[in-house]
Design a protein around this ligand. Sequence first.
Ligand code: PLP
Length: 404
Amino acid sequence: MARTYKHMATSVIHEGYDSKNMLGSLTTPLFQTSTYTFNTAEQGERRFAGEEEGYIYSRLGNPTVTVLEERIAALENGERGLAFGSGMAAVSAMLFALTKANDHILCSPGLYGCTFGLLTMMKEKYNISFDFSTMVTEDELHSKIKSETACIYVETPINPTMKLIDLEMVAKVAKEYGIPVVVDNTFASPYLQNPIDLGCDVVVHSATKYIGGHGDVIAGLAVGKKEFLDNVAVTTLKDIGGIISPFDAWLLLRGLKTLPVRVDRHCDNAEEIFKRLKTHPNVATVYYPNDDAHPDYHIMKKQMRRGGGIISFEIKGTKVDAQKFLNELSFLKIAVSLGDAETLIEHPATMTHAVVPDESKQYMGITDQLIRLSVGLEAWQDIWADLEQALNKINVSSDAYSKA
Ligand code: PLP
């Protein structure tokens, strides 16, 4: 769906919904229904045969969900959107739809832990192999593509290391082979990055994060070509059944209205926290895309509007020091997830990426010292005060210092 409005701040509020068609209701009504009645048996027959438009059963479609799907399609500049019961339901539906037994998936050099887990399961059950490309140069990417490569799967920024992938470059190489590129756009949100505009084919979101934005819903979204997603809607989504509930779709529509305002504030806060983390004596390295010393800064400038709200950093010390640091926090919450109003902080090696084997963790750069911080919407001064007092309490041994 092409965006109707020139500015995203308008699109997040209005795309896909016309109150005139809904008795003047300002907000999208919540159609909390499992099924829809037919006026006659013949009408039911026509609906099932696809000869008449209309709703049948909420696993096949729901008016509240339709508004959400149209809105996300417009925000990502794709032809069609589809909503799912979780980010992983969206990721798995895309990967199952694009592959068959014995295929190969080429991935960015880092993935969310459960995506890694899903790929491992697909390998064990269906011999669908996967491996990583640094995706730094076209030549390296060419060298990793095999005759059985069915799709390229990219996270950028990568969870949790904040490496960036040049989406335009990946899309260009993939086009030479006719291989679709799927991008997990969760960390950036549609406000900061639009992979379809850069030539990629499918975008997935854990809508649980910035799109929902309030820590009260688990959901996923996918956007891509109409023909592809029409097919997913009547196969993988309908028959595996990982649909979103109408109420969760309604919550996402509410969350989306403030996406630009919230994400700008997340970015403002993250920029302040980043500067301070960088100079703290107990912090070894800070990874934030909007840092001119970040190796992928040029990619950020090219494809992201701002650096986002997530910062990763390595403390000087050991796993025990990393855990002590988290335990010393006073009001910041130790929790996985991200993109919420509350600042959330976690230890990827033992939490979000615990399922990733040590060898792959090492390849991805997930060390025992790495901390992932989702900077919330609180006053940055309070966020920093809490981080600083906890960092000051890390007991750094001389061994750990020499490692850093
Ligand atoms: N993709 C990324 C980058 C994530 O961080 C997550 C969850 O943390 C997911 C996908 C999965 O989303 P969900 O938890 O909504 O299933």
